[in-house]
Each structure stands twice: as C-alpha cells, then as structure tokens.
Design a protein around this ligand. Structure first.
Ligand SMILES: Nc1nc2c(c(=O)[nH]1)N[C@H]1C(S)=C(S)[C@@H](COP(=O)(O)O)O[C@H]1N2
Ligand SMILES: [Mo]
Length: 252
C-alpha cells in the first residue's frame, strides 16, 4: 500500500468508527496530551488533528522501514529546485568548507557547526525511502549525524517542543516535534550512497525525516531553532507548507 493511501486509511478509519462524537473526544484527548498540530485551524483542522494525534499515540516509537542495499534506486530522482544564489555558489566553490549550521533557541549552548564538526560528533547511515506527496519515491542510503546527538551536544531545554529548520531558499522552513527530533532515524545528512551528498539531493546538508513525506526532508539546511511554540514563526502554521495547502504533519 502506498504511504498516502495508508495515511488516508488511518484517518478515515478512525473517523468512521469514531463518528462525530468520537471526533470531539479525540480532539479533547489530543488537547490533553499536547497533540494539536500547529496548523490545526481552518478547513482541514479537525482532520489534521486526528491524523497527527492518532499517529503520535499509535506510532510514537515506530521506525520507518529500512531497506537492504540491493534495493537502493539506480536512478534516484532529484526534485528540481530554484537556482542557487551567489552565496551558495561561493560556498560550493570552496567545497562547502565554510558551510555552517546555526543552532539556537531553547538550547544551553547555541552553536555554529561545520560539516566536519557534525561528522566528528557521530555518524550513522540508513537506507530509507524519500516519498514525495506527488506520488513518486526512491530509496537511497543516507549518511549523516543523528539530530538527537546534535541536540544533546547543545543541551536542549526541557521546555523544548519543536525544532524548526530553515533552507537557503527565502521563506522555506519547516519544523518537527520532539518525538521526531529525538527519533533515531532523523538525520542531519551529509552523505548519500557512499559519497558526499550531491547538491541536487540537498548537499551539503539536508535533514532526513523518513517517517514523514519528502517535503519535510528539507535540503540546504542552514539553521535549526529549538522552541516551545511555533505561534510566532512565519504565519504560525508550523512551516511554510500549510501556506501552500500541504499539512504540517506528513506522517507516512
Ligand atoms: N530546500 C528544499 N528542500 C526540499 C525541497 C525544495 O524545493 N527545497 N523540496 C521538497 C520536496 S517537495 C521533496 S518531495 C523532496 C524531494 O527530494 P529529492 O530532491 O531528493 O528527490 O525534497 C524536499 N526538500
Ligand atoms: Mo514533494
């Protein structure tokens, strides 16, 4: 079953069994356990809350599927992006030696990390699938530093609830909750299939969130901010995607 129909099935399934009264109960439950996604209001509000809450309660500790090496896609598809700006090109010309990832917000030690710093911290690899909401997908080996190791290194406040992250593209940002941020498969990725991460695939640095759709795996990562609320970030919807009709939570 493809990821999108599975997700739809969960939502429709629960909604069908729960009925309208059940929806209200699920909503109260979600409120109580802090399972309200940042983009909950508006037309899709109740549905989004139900999907996010249901998945978080059921699958908080689940792992995205990992594949054997033989299943790595021979011709992975890089989703085209807008042309890179001059600053990016300058950094690229210098092999991204001067690339830095800023980490700030609710952390004890704000940091500015080079790729070498990340590699020095820890390395993990996993073979997982990138699934675009448009229906295509590919499998690759992703090599990087688990986000949890970086968060532990900078010291995350107990009040942290989300990690927001930014790309080089103006206005493109996203966020994940701490369940995904601290998840062992969430990777700050700098390598792919035994090589450096190629630029079309997000090099030099990309976050991989394999339990969610491809659009949460933002390429060209420049900054992470740890926060207890996303209310004052952008339009307050948790990421830029809801502005274009995509939900903040994209669990698969
Ligand atoms: N910075 C940045 N990250 C991005 C995107 C983008 O346009 N810019 N597209 C997203 C979308 S919609 C998908 S499906 C995946 C595609 O990953 P790929 O280019 O490795 O195929 O990247 C995501 N990350
Ligand atoms: Mo996508």
């Amino acid at each position: 079953m493809n990821p999108i129909s599975r997700r739809k099935l969960i939502t429709t399934g629960i909604a069908a069994t729960a009925g309208i009264a059940g929806l209200a109960a699920a909503d109260r439950l979600a409120q109580r356990y802090g399972l309200i996604p940042p983009d909950h209001s508006g037309i899709y509000g109740p549905g989004e809350t139900l999907t996010y809450a249901a998945q978080r309660l059921l699958t908080r500790h689940s792992l995205a599927r990992e594949f054997p090496r033989g299943m790595i896609s021979k011709a992975p598809f890089a989703n085209p992006v807008a042309p890179h700006d001059d600053q990016f090109k300058r950094l690229q010309a210098n092999n991204f030696t001067d690339w830095r990832l800023q980490i700030d917000g609710l952390v004890a030690h704000p940091a500015s990390l080079s790729l070498a710093d990340l590699k020095h911290l820890s390395t993990r690899s996993q073979i997982t699938e990138v699934a675009c909401e448009e229906g295509w997908s590919y499998i690759a080996e992703w090599i990087g530093t688990p986000l949890i190791d970086v968060l532990n290194a900078v010291g995350v406040s107990p009040h942290a609830r989300y990690v927001a992250y930014y790309a080089t593209e103006k206005g493109l940002w996203d966020s994940i909750d701490m369940a995904d941020a601290l998840h062992p498969q969430t990777l700050l990725t700098w390598g792919m299939n035994d090589n450096d991460l190629p630029v079309p695939f997000g090099g030099p640095l990309r976050i991989r969130v394999p339990r969610q759709l491809g659009y949460k795996s933002v390429k060209y990562l420049t900054r992470l901010t740890v926060t207890d609320s996303l209310k004052h970030f952008g339009k307050g919807l948790g990421s830029s995607s809801p502005e274009y009709g995509y939900s903040w939570y994209a669990g698969i």
